[in-house]
Write a protein that binds this ligand. Structure first.
Ligand SMILES: NC(=O)c1ccc[n+]([C@@H]2O[C@H](COP(=O)([O-])OP(=O)(O)OC[C@H]3O[C@@H](n4cnc5c(N)ncnc54)[C@H](O)[C@@H]3O)[C@@H](O)[C@H]2O)c1
Length: 363
């Protein structure tokens, strides 16, 4: 399966790495960045890693790339504000798409992306790689087996540090037009996991957010209170302000017959695993787990690619398709609206009133 990457900045090395690890079924055919040196760098890295006879072609313009190169799957890792426009163009061109999170910055754009994928018969995958963490796969299994009993509540804590050097790396960071604050950029992974575990369909979202110490447009700290239609309650605590460095990303799920906390740097480390059914022993589960990764990006890109490759090959949906990717993003858009209005935001079915991060809905 032939891949291309659009956007060869900070995160793109994880996409190259995922393709290198999946090289038996995938090849990186082309890379593209407006700043062409960045694309060249990734092309060379990939060619060296797989000892390729020819390096991936390098482009400065993705429209030229799609016209000239023979590509099955396009990976979009540009600034978030461009995801929807580029993804829709690629899907109109009959390409399958993996797009970085957040998939879009408005509910309408997300809906359109889902519709364009459907209308063109292509697969759309959103890069929520933490859903593939070994610890999260085990948690999800425990949940679907009913081991928690009656679900009560869950907590997503993202206590990280992003200093001004991080925000100054690129002018789009922390802006409403291209990024959002720490909830939309850093916390979206754990918010996605929280909603995946607690039940998806949402009743109400209420948020309190603020800008405390970072010189950016959007929030650097936020809390969200989510009531799901099944009665469970989710709490989010997300910070970019922790002194002096990243502390933890933890997901905790509580039922009347089970308690699990997955923490460490980025929800890879099982810290608590207690179930009434005694199917497994907490000390064994804690011993048999993966090491905590040394970066917050974790290990998930490689299995996410494997899932997408199989989905395209077998004609099934990827685990994190457009509908799935929209769920976490919607919660954050609703949180922004709640902060703006001072009111809880009530959902109407799975979808809810249009919210766009780029206009007065949230600013
Ligand atoms: N999944 C994760 O864990 C994770 C981690 C970090 C970032 N991200 C997401 O990845 C995206 C990129 O983040 P980043 O930190 O790598 O940003 P970045 O600014 O370092 O890189 C973005 C790159 O896209 C290029 N670009 C912009 N428009 C383009 C276009 N039209 N054609 C070709 N190239 C274009 C820019 O020149 C830049 O090199 C963001 O949406 C971010 O939220 C996801």
């Amino acid at each position: 399966m032939k891949f291309a990457i659009i956007g060869c900045g900070r995160i793109s090395y994880k996409h190259v790495e995922a393709l290198v690890h999946n090289r038996e079924s995938a090849v990186l055919e082309a890379v593209c960045d407006n700043v062409v040196e960045r694309a060249q760098k990734r092309s060379i890295e990939y060619a060296q890693a797989v000892a390729a006879a020819a390096a991936p072609s390098v482009y400065a313009n993705y429209i030229d790339m799609l016209r000239e190169a023979d590509i099955d799957v396009v990976v979009i890792a540009t600034e978030s504000g461009y995801h929807a426009e580029i993804a829709k163009y690629c899907m109109y061109m009959q390409k399958h798409v993996i797009v970085e999170k957040p998939m879009a910055l408005s509910t309408n754009d997300a809906d359109e992306m889902i519709e364009v994928a459907r209308a063109n018969g292509v697969k759309l995958c959103i890069c929520h790689q933490n859903r593939f963490n070994k610890s999260i796969v085990e948690l999800r299994e425990a949940l679907t087996e009913g081991r928690f009993g009656k679900l009560i509540n869950g907590t997503a804590r993202i206590l990280w540090a992003r200093d001004m050097n991080y925000y100054k790396q690129a002018p789009w960071r922390g802006t409403w037009a291209q990024d959002g604050g720490t909830l939309m950029n850093q916390c979206i992974h754990n918010i996605d996991l929280l909603q995946w575990m607690l039940g998806g369909e949402i009743d109400t979202v209420y948020a309190q957010t603020g800008n405390y110490i970072r010189d950016i447009e959007a929030e650097d700290f936020g809390t969200i209170l989510i009531r799901f239609k099944n009665g469970t309650i989710g709490l989010v605590e997300g910070s970019a302000c922790v002194y002096p460095k990243n502390l933890e990303e933890t997901l905790s799920i509580f039922g009347d017959r089970g308690t699990a906390c997955i923490g460490g740097l980025a929800v890879n480390k099982i810290e608590t695993w207690r179930f009434a059914d005694n199917k497994d022993k907490e000390e064994d589960v804690l011993l048999e787990q993966q090491d905590d990764p040394d970066s917050v990006y974790g290990y998930g890109h490689i299995p996410l690619y494997k899932d997408m490759i199989e989905a395209v090959r077998d004609g099934r949906e990827p685990l994190v398709n457009g509908e799935e990717g929209r769920k976490g993003m919607q919660i954050i858009l609703a949180a922004y609206k709640s902060q703006k209005t001072g009111q809880p935001v009530k959902y109407d079915g799975l979808k809810f009133a249009t919210i766009d991060m780029r206009n007065e809905d949230v600013r």
